[in-house]
Design a protein around this ligand. Sequence first.
Ligand code: PMP
Length: 434
Amino acid sequence: AALRREFPYFAAHDAAARDTGAAQSAYLDAAATSQRPARVLDAERSFLETANAAVHRGTSGAVGAATEAFEGARAAVARFVGAGAPEQIVWAENATDALNLVALGMAEANAALGDGARAAQLGVPGSERFALGPGDEILVTEAEHHANLIPWQRLAARTGAEFRYVPVREDGTWTLDDAREALSGRTRVFAFAHVSNVTGAVSPVAELAELARSVGAVTVLDACQSVPHIPVDLGALGVDFAAFSAHKALGPNGLGVLYGRSEILAALPPARTGGSAITRVTMERAEFMPPPLRFEPGTQPVSQAVGLGAAIAFLEEVGMSRAAAHEHALIERLVEGIAAMPGVRLLGPADPARRVALAAVAVEGLHAHDVGQFLDEQGVLVRVGHHCAQPLHRALGMASSTRASVHLTTTEDEVDRFLDALRGAQRYFGVEAA
Ligand code: PMP
């Protein structure tokens, strides 16, 4: 409750409910976007009011101070996710953009392969390590969010590499053994999510990274649904690349994070180019800065980075282990409540110990949009639809589902209100199971 009071969004909604006598609203959509504590909003505003300047450009004291704040946020992110150095953290627009930076960078590397003039133009030594072609394989899983699926489909189409995926089982999950079976000596890229945004299933990342490394594949981790909820040490997990969005981790919109292992990031060509990412430019060609600035041409989302720095300070103050324990208890309550409800199918692992952050359901006889609308009328905010994971829903035999997601500010009461509203929807639409 004390934490919740730090969030103007919750304070405003709770006060409105008190004033009108309406039911308090239950915010169970943090997996789509999280609300922000006042100090995140304040940090961004205060930076803009007192310290805004064009970072990395010019020599004024104001630029120096703004650059320090900007780079301080990068260092905070690096510490938070277990990167060995701030240079391993690249700013992007969101997680989708961060994942595209990797796939498009690899596409650039491939376009220059075997063409000396083009490779010289590219000017990124070592980029041939991303060589892909017919006979090579790009591996994803059937459970991926479209953001970690379509960029890889496109890369396969551009390079002639074969696009393959780890199929999901009946409950929408896949295992280490399934991945072992799908990986081969031809796999060059393996992209997968740490936590599924539909099933909540947690992947054994360290084991998967090890497996991929043993066949020489580059790993790309979609960490959107893990970083905001559990302690994540990317260095220890051993992945090559990882991506997440600030807006799901109590931070601002318009900012994503790409993490890369130093050596591999150094070999990745920039997918976008322009001012300030370069060392020397002639009318024929450009030479690029080392990471991370190589990947950050143009004016950057500076105040957003400062806001994310404040969000990380907040999360560190709470403690991610504490946050994870709180959320785990809520997930247990959610999963147990759903399991006790006839006519409601839980997607993903039945064992709450195997999931993080969320639970999605299909209500027999009801379209998810009807469920969502009924829940909305009860003040229960959830996400309905395919959650940008159409193939996974298709594999589960449905077009859409209803997803409740929790965060460190979620209360037991909110979870109970979701469960009650779900029962209410069944009654309202006359689809109560016997
Ligand atoms: N991957 C996963 C697992 C997600 O949940 C999301 C957000 N729905 C994304 C990628 C994309 O994040 P963004 O829209 O912030 O780019």
